[in-house]
Design a binder for this molecule. Structure first.
Ligand code: GLA
Length: 358
C-alpha cells in the first residue's frame, strides 16, 4: 500500500513538474511580434498591484494600458481644483494615485505604458466644465475651457516626464469623438463649450507638452461601420492638416462573426492610406459560450485580425488586447480574451502566436 502511495506521489510530482515546464515554455507574444510591433494588454488597477500576475503579464506583453486609471475621472482632482478656482478659474489640479502601481511596475521592469485618455465625453467629472468646478453653476466660457484643457494636458505630461521619463510612449489624446450611426462629432460638453475645433486644440496642447517622440493618437470604436468610418476619416484629415496627430487607434471590440473580415480590412486599409501610424488599442473578440466550437471560431477571428494587421505591419506600432483573462474583462460574459480565468492559454492565444496555422 505504502509503495503504491509513493508511486502515486512520484507520478503526481512528475505531472506537476511537466505542467510547470509547459507553462514556462509558453511562447511569448511580445517576443513573437517584437520585430513588427509592440504586443500588449490593458490591465485594471487591481491587477497592477498583483506582482505575480504582473510578472506573468510581463512575459507576454511589452506595453500596458491602465484600463481606467489615466482617465480624467481618475486624474482630475476636483476638490483641489475647486479650491484653486477661487483664485483662478483656469487652474487644474491632478493626481495619479490610481495609476501609480502600473506606472511603477512598468518603470521598474522596463515596460512601456500607453496613456488612455486625455479627452473623452465619458468618465470625465461634470465639474470640469462648470464655473468654480461646481456642477450647480453655469458652464464655463470657451476661453476658460480651452485654458483648463491646456492646463490639464500640461500637468499630465509634466508629471509623467518628471516621474516616469520614457515610460508613457503614446497617448490617446482623444477618444470616441465621432457619433454612432453618423459622420459628425458626438454631442458633449467639449463640443458645446469649445466648438468644432476642440479635437484640434486637444492635439495642439498635447503636442506642445508631450516629451519629444511621444506618439499622439485619436482612438475610436466601430471603425468598420459606415457612416461612422467616414466621420472618423474626416476628423483625422482635419487633424492631419494641423500636423499634431501621429496615428489612429482601432479599439476593435468585436465578435467572432461580426464585423466581417472584409469590413475590418477595408477600415484598416482606408485609414492606413491616410499615412498615419496605426495601433489596435482594445482588441477583444466576444463569443456566446466556451464550447469547443465557439473557442475555435474565436481563435480563427483572432488569427484573421492578426493576418490583416500583418499586411500593414510597417504602419502598426502596437496591438493590445483589452485585458488578460476572461474573468477580468468588461465583457466577461463573452469570454473575449486570450487566457481563461486560471491564466491558461485558450485556442485564441495559440492563434495569435501563430496565425498562419489557421
Ligand atoms: C471604451 C473605452 C475604454 C473602456 C472600454 C470598456 O472602449 O475606450 O476605456 O472604457 O470602453 O472597458
Amino acid at each position: 500500500m505504502k509503495k503504491i502511495l509513493s508511486l502515486l506521489l512520484a507520478a503526481l510530482l512528475l505531472l506537476s513538474a511537466a505542467a510547470a515546464l509547459a507553462e514556462s515554455e509558453l511562447p511569448s507574444l511580445r517576443e513573437i511580434y517584437a520585430d513588427k510591433f509592440d504586443f500588449g494588454a490593458a490591465v485594471p488597477g487591481m491587477s497592477a498591484s498583483n506582482k505575480s500576475r504582473m510578472d506573468f503579464c510581463a512575459t507576454q506583453f511589452v506595453i500596458f494600458t491602465p484600463e481606467n486609471e489615466l482617465k480624467p475621472n481618475s486624474v482630475l482632482d476636483v476638490t483641489a481644483s475647486r479650491k484653486l478656482a477661487k483664485e483662478d478659474e483656469t487652474a487644474v489640479a491632478v493626481h495619479f494615485d490610481a495609476a501609480k502601481p502600473l506606472l511603477n511596475y512598468a518603470k521598474e521592469n522596463g515596460l512601456k505604458v500607453h496613456g488612455h485618455v486625455l479627452v473623452w465625453h465619458s468618465q470625465t467629472p461634470d465639474a470640469f466644465f462648470h464655473e468654480g468646478y461646481e456642477v450647480g453653476k453655469p458652464l464655463v466660457s470657451r476661453e476658460v475651457m480651452l485654458a483648463r484643457l491646456e492646463n490639464y494636458i500640461k500637468a499630465v505630461m509634466e508629471y509623467m516626464d518628471e516621474n516616469y521619463p520614457g515610460v508613457v510612449v503614446s497617448w490617446d489624446v482623444l477618444n470616441e469623438a465621432v457619433n454612432d450611426g453618423a459622420s459628425n462629432l458626438r454631442g458633449s460638453n467639449w463640443l458645446k463649450i469649445i466648438g468644432q475645433d476642440y479635437p484640434a486644440r486637444a492635439f495642439e496642447y498635447a503636442r506642445k507638452y508631450a516629451p519629444e517622440g511621444t506618439l499622439l493618437f485619436y482612438n475610436d470604436y466601430n471603425t468598420a461601420l459606415e457612416p461612422k468610418q467616414t466621420g472618423i476619416v474626416n476628423l483625422l484629415k482635419t487633424l492631419i492638416a494641423e500636423g499634431n496627430i501621429d496615428g489612429y487607434g482601432f479599439q476593435m471590440h468585436i465578435d467572432a462573426d461580426n464585423p466581417s473580415n472584409a469590413k475590418i480590412e477595408n477600415a484598416v486599409k482606408r485609414i492606413a492610406a491616410l499615412g498615419l501610424k496605426l495601433r489596435v488599442s482594445e482588441l477583444d473578440v466576444g463569443i456566446p459560450n466556451t464550447s469547443e466550437a465557439s473557442l475555435a471560431k474565436q481563435a480563427q477571428k483572432y488569427a484573421d485580425v492578426m493576418r490583416i494587421l500583418d499586411k500593414y505591419a510597417d504602419q502598426v506600432v502596437a496591438v493590445q488586447v483589452w485585458g488578460v483573462s476572461d474573468n477580468v474583462s468588461w465583457r466577461s460574459a463573452n469570454y473575449p480574451l486570450l487566457f481563461d480565468k486560471n491564466l491558461k492559454p485558450k485556442p485564441a492565444f495559440w492563434a495569435v502566436a501563430d496565425p498562419s496555422a489557421y
